[in-house]
Design a binder for this molecule. Structure first.
Ligand SMILES: NC(=O)c1ccc[n+]([C@@H]2O[C@H](COP(=O)([O-])OP(=O)(O)OC[C@H]3O[C@@H](n4cnc5c(N)ncnc54)[C@H](OP(=O)(O)O)[C@@H]3O)[C@@H](O)[C@H]2O)c1
Length: 241
């Protein structure tokens, strides 16, 4: 049976992905922080093994590697979002929290687990379409995801020919506990099951940039291609704070 590890498998997109890969016949090493939550959302079985740790704990991530078999895929999906509400009172503790969980921890995971990938496997990073352009209040989240996308691109270059297929996922708005906290309009929102299907199919097709829903992500990509000064003008006009 092929085996895959998914971080953030206790909720939202990661949970939907874990279910999709179980349906496809994979054994899933499902990661989360809380054993009871994981058990409630995705009970352990012949095809599901729970792996509990906090991504900020580098030693725990290396400990996890000791019990991992060779893997056919790793999906680094876990992450968090917090907004900078007042740029003039820049909250460096918030900035550190977001960059740590969304970017620094990914470095720990690569260090600890990359050697577990077989020579015909996939490595997937869940970034965000927020990385395409500068969005208000997203100084921390957007920077973490832009960094993650760059990391994926550089690794894709360095791992070319290794047999490891790298993909980076840029979702638009997906209905999950993370987005249910947002207090602004979220156009073109899709369900986590729809997002998981798009990611599953994109990985199957060996796509590098998996982005969806396209009617939304192409628009963001277009604005991202504009000169920053033009985008700044449009953003100030259109996006109400
Ligand atoms: N939803 C969207 O619209 C959207 C759009 C673009 C990108 N994304 C990205 O998609 C990914 C998944 O987001 P989601 O919407 O599915 O969020 P979610 O429902 O809040 O799930 C987040 C997952 O990450 C795990 N996690 C968070 N902090 C962790 C930590 N310190 N250590 C270990 N695990 C941790 C959570 O585990 P616990 O259960 O233990 O908290 C949970 O399983 C994130 O990287 C997010 O940035 C989401």
């Amino acid at each position: 049976m092929p085996e895959i590890l998914i971080t953030g498998a206790s909720s939202g997109i990661g949970l939907a992905l874990a279910k999709r890969y179980v349906d496809a016949g994979y054994k899933v090493h499902a990661c989360g922080r809380n054993k009871d939550k994981l058990q409630a959302m995705l009970p352990e079985s012949e095809q599901v093994r729970h792996v509990c740790f906090d991504l900020n704990d580098k030693a725990a991530i290396f400990e996890v590697a000791k019990d991992l078999p060779d893997l056919d895929g790793i999906i680094l999906n876990a992450g968090g979002c917090e907004y900078i509400d007042d740029a003039k009172q820049f909250d460096s503790a918030l900035f550190e929290r977001v960059i740590s969980v969304n970017l620094i921890s990914v470095g720990y995971c690569l260090d600890a687990w990359l050697s577990k990938l077989t020579c015909a496997s996939f490595l997937v990073f869940v970034s965000s379409s927020a990385s395409f352009l500068a969005l208000p209040r997203a100084e921390a989240y957007g920077a973490s995801k832009a960094g993650l996308t760059y990391l994926a691109k550089a690794l894709d270059v360095d791992l070319a020919g290794s047999g490891i297929q790298v993909s980076v996922v840029h979702p638009g708005f997906v209905d999950t506990p993370l987005t249910r906290r947002n207090d602004f309009p979220m156009p073109c929102q899709i369900t986590s099951a729809q997002a998981a299907e798009r990611i599953f199919k994109g990985v199957e097709k060996k796509q590098f940039d998996i982005h969806f829903p396209r009617r939304f992500t192409y628009l963001l990509k277009f604005f991202g291609w504009l000169p920053h000064i033009t985008w700044r003008h449009l953003a100030a006009k259109w996006i109400k704070r």
